[in-house]
Every structure is written in C-alpha cells, then in structure tokens.
Write a protein that binds this ligand. Structure first.
Ligand code: 7PJ
Length: 276
C-alpha cells in the first residue's frame, strides 16, 4: 500500500490526490527558463503565480542539472536560493530545495524549506547527514552518470529494475541514517542518463516503483525526450508535458514536477473528476 501522506518538516502533505510541484529556476543558465527569472523579485513573482495557479510545492533550484551544464560554486548557489526560499516560506509556501550540496540543504531548511530534492539521491559525502539533521522530506532521484556527460551513452540491462533497486537501496540507507520512511519520496529521474526508449520503459514500469510503497515523484516536464516524440522545441512542449504528467499520475505518481502549473492543475482536476 503506497504511503498516503508525506512528512515535510512541520507540514504533512496529503497524497490521497496527486500534487503539483512548480519548478522555480533561480539560475542564469537553466534548461528552459533561460535565466529569465534570475532576478530575485521576478523569481518570487513567478513562484507566487504558480501558487495562485494551484501549485502545492515550489521547487527552488540554483544549479542547472541539464545535460552539459557546468557546476555552480556553493557560495553562488547559496546567494541565489536562500533569499528566495526564505521569502516563500515566510509567505506560507511549501518549499523544496533542489540541490546536491549538503551546505545548501542545511541552509535552505534553516530558511524554511520543507523538502530536499536531490538529483544525486544524497550520495555526495555529507548529504545524507545533512538531510538527517533536519525534519524535511527528501526526494531521492536516480541518475546514471553525471549531468555533464550522462546523455552520452546510457546503458542498462533492465532499466526499470535497476532504477527501482537503486532507489530502494538509497531509501533504506536513509532510514538507517534516521530519515523516517514517512519523509521519503522516490523519483526515477526521467532524462538523467536515459535514452528515449529507456524513459518510456521507466514510465510504463512506474507501477513497479509505486509498489515499493514510497510515494513517487515524476519530473518529465519539457524534457528532450518529449521533444523527440513531438518534434517540438523546448518552448513548445507544454501539451506534451501535460500529457506526460497525466501518464505518470495514471501509473501512480503522487507528485508531478512541472513548469506549466496552471495547465497541469486543470488537467489533473479533470482527471480527478473522472476518476472519482
Ligand atoms: C528533475 C529534478 C527531476 C527531480 C531536474 C529539468 C532538469 N528533480 N530536477 N526530478 N529534473 N526530483 O527540470 O529539466 O526529474 S532539473
């Protein structure tokens, strides 16, 4: 039986209906926002818009992890994200911090973040301890390789089984380190060291990940695999992204991480109305 609620610091996120995480890139080189929201006030305005449109969480990221992106210095990342996390948390938003760095995790939670979203599944030395020292939820994502090179030649035997086994192993390490099961979310990591065919196999096998009992987050929004299917550039992938989110929810995803909050929320409302 999948977990129906997620403990996120002082909050409890009810997962009896699908939740929407709005993406807030606070980077000058991010994958699809092109730095348009680098300016702090504009970032906050964008977050407020997503909340008004029905986002349940805002995922604040200061380091682009798109294929080929360069790493960001810790001080720069802190300077980008902490004021934004602080302002949104003060306004009552449920804030997630998208980072691989232990120092950023600690500072963001101190500033009010309720979830740590780590595309590296807390594998950087110190990251597990940093997360365990907080009461925040943790999202553990699977990635093969590292962002700079991961799309070169991803290889798997059975992609769904390997991703699931990796994530369950990381979740067990978390629990051993004192991160309660009720705080853990798993994410197959669409596009992180996966070909189009591998992404599709993972999507079809999502129920197997859901069957582990941990809530599952799916982040497929605007990714290149959707471009490969539709032939659309990144700015024209909204309908594809909404369809991908619905496909994930249909297979049991509890949270979808999206750029197009308003459209996704509408689609999920219709979905929910039909499904009952
Ligand atoms: C994901 C993420 C994802 C989680 C990014 C992009 C690239 N975090 N951060 N899952 N993707 N948990 O948004 O295209 O799929 S950055």
């Amino acid at each position: 039986m999948p977990t129906r609620a997620l403990r996120c610091g002082p909050h409890v996120l009810d997962l009896t209906r699908p939740r929407v995480m709005g993406i807030l890139n606070v980077t000058p080189d991010s994958f699809s926002d092109g730095g348009r929201f680098f300016d702090r006030e504009r970032a906050l305005d964008h977050a407020r818009r997503m909340l008004a449109d029905g986002a349940d969480l805002i995922d604040v990221g200061g380091e682009s992890t798109r294929p080929g992106a360069a790493p960001v210095d810790e001080a720069d990342e802190l300077a980008r994200v902490i004021p934004v996390v602080d302002a949104l948390a003060r306004e009552g938003a449920l804030v997630s911090i998208d980072t691989m760095k232990p120092a950023v995790m600690r500072a963001a939670v101190a500033a009010g973040a309720a979830m740590i979203n780590d595309v590296n599944a807390l594998q950087v030395p110190g990251a597990m301890d940093a997360a365990a020292s907080t009461a925040a939820a943790v999202c553990l994502m699977h990635m093969q390789g590292e962002p700079r090179t991961m799309q070169a030649a991803p290889q798997y035997g059975d992609v769904a089984a390997e991703v699931r086994d990796f994530l369950v192993g990381r979740a067990q390490s978390c629990e051993t380190s004192g991160i309660a099961r009720e705080r853990i979310v798993l994410d197959p990591g669409f596009g992180f060291g996966k070909t189009l065919a591998q992404n599709l196999l993972l999507a079809r096998a999502l129920p197997e990940l859901v069957a582990t009992g941990y809530p599952v987050l799916a982040g497929w929004s605007r990714k290149s695999s959707l471009g490969a299917i539709t032939g659309r550039d990144v700015d024209e992938r909204m309908p594809a992204s909404v369809a991908a989110a619905l496909a994930a929810v249909a297979r049991g995803a509890a949270i979808v991480r999206v750029h197009d909050v308003r459209e996704t929320v509408d689609a999920l409302r219709v979905w929910h109305a039909v499904e009952g």
